[in-house]
Design a protein around this ligand. Structure first.
Ligand SMILES: Nc1ncnc2c1ncn2[C@@H]1O[C@H](COP(=O)(O)OP(=O)(O)OP(=O)(O)O)[C@@H](O)[C@H]1O
Length: 240
């Protein structure tokens, strides 16, 4: 579903990705972990070309999205993304936030889009907030809405870039529960997270990134109990 072939990315003279090779199969849940600045978010952002690789290829469902003249908007429709900061439109109600793109991009009628939005609000436990403005919601609620909004486009792929890092500790759980509920429902998921318990419990695979490379790509139980590299061991000693 997602494939990286020798992906490099530089910002000026700083080479941030140094040859990433990665395959994520349809329906898999893959977590990227590693030290700050190692390139995790950049890998995720190359999956929908928010960052364009300097060289190498990114394939989505077999299609090379790094090729010239790719219909990137068409591809992005199929890839939901949830960021650390929720990015909801502050001047729109929750319902308007959730129906905006489905009406304009997926050409749903207002009724269809609202019906779909209500189903998703139910999924994230926030039906009573449909007419609220984001400013009236807690951080955890905003992030659950952001997830529901991404799902409203019915994407086959969901990318999560540190979805709980900006939340107060008491709100982390409610957001992780929602993400957990999506795992293994058929959606292909890639996550950058510092929540090691979550990575261990929910992922099919954990990729340990260090200094722009995938140092380990392993089964979570194996990775957390017996990391192969000294770098991963040192990292786990710091964070666990
Ligand atoms: N748009 C950009 N312009 C310049 N440098 C960038 C840009 N985006 C990222 N970088 C640099 O690339 C490196 C990798 O960043 P990235 O955000 O991918 O790391 P990360 O592993 O996700 O880190 P963190 O866990 O701290 O979010 C960092 O040194 C960062 O400063």
């Amino acid at each position: 579903m997602i494939e990286f072939r020798d992906v490099h990315k530089s910002f000026g003279s700083l080479e941030v990705l140094k040859g990433i090779n990665l395959k994520i199969e349809k329906g898999q849940v893959v977590t990227l972990i590693g030290p700050s600045g190692s390139g995790k978010s950049t890998i995720l952002r190359c999956m929908n070309l928010l960052e364009r690789p300097t060289s190498g290829q990114v394939l989505i469902a077999g299609k090379d999205i790094t090729a010239p003249k790719t219909d990137i908007q068409g591809i992005r429709k199929n890839i939901g993304m949830v960021f650390q900061h929720f990015n909801l439109f502050p001047h729109m109600t929750v319902m308007e936030n959730m129906t905006y793109a489905p009406i304009r991009v997926n050409k749903l009628s207002k009724d269809q889009a609202e019906q779909k939005a209500m189903e998703l609000l139910k999924l994230v436990g926030l039906t009573e907030k449909a007419q609220s403005y984001p400013g009236k919601l807690s951080g955890g609620q905003k992030q659950r809405i952001a997830i529901a909004r991404a799902l409203a486009m019915e994407p086959e792929i969901m990318l999560f870039d540190e979805p709980t890092s900006a939340l107060d500790p008491e709100m982390v759980k409610e957001v992780l529960e929602v993400i957990k509920g999506l795992a293994h429902t058929g959606i292909t998921m890639a996550l950058v997270t510092h929540e090691m318990g979550f990575a261990r419990e929910v992922s099919d695979r954990v990729c340990f990134i260090d200094n722009g490379l995938i140092v380990e790509d392993a089964d979570p139980a194996e990775f957390f109990s017996h990391p192969k590299s000294e770098r991963a061991q040192n990292f786990l000693d710091m964070v666990l």
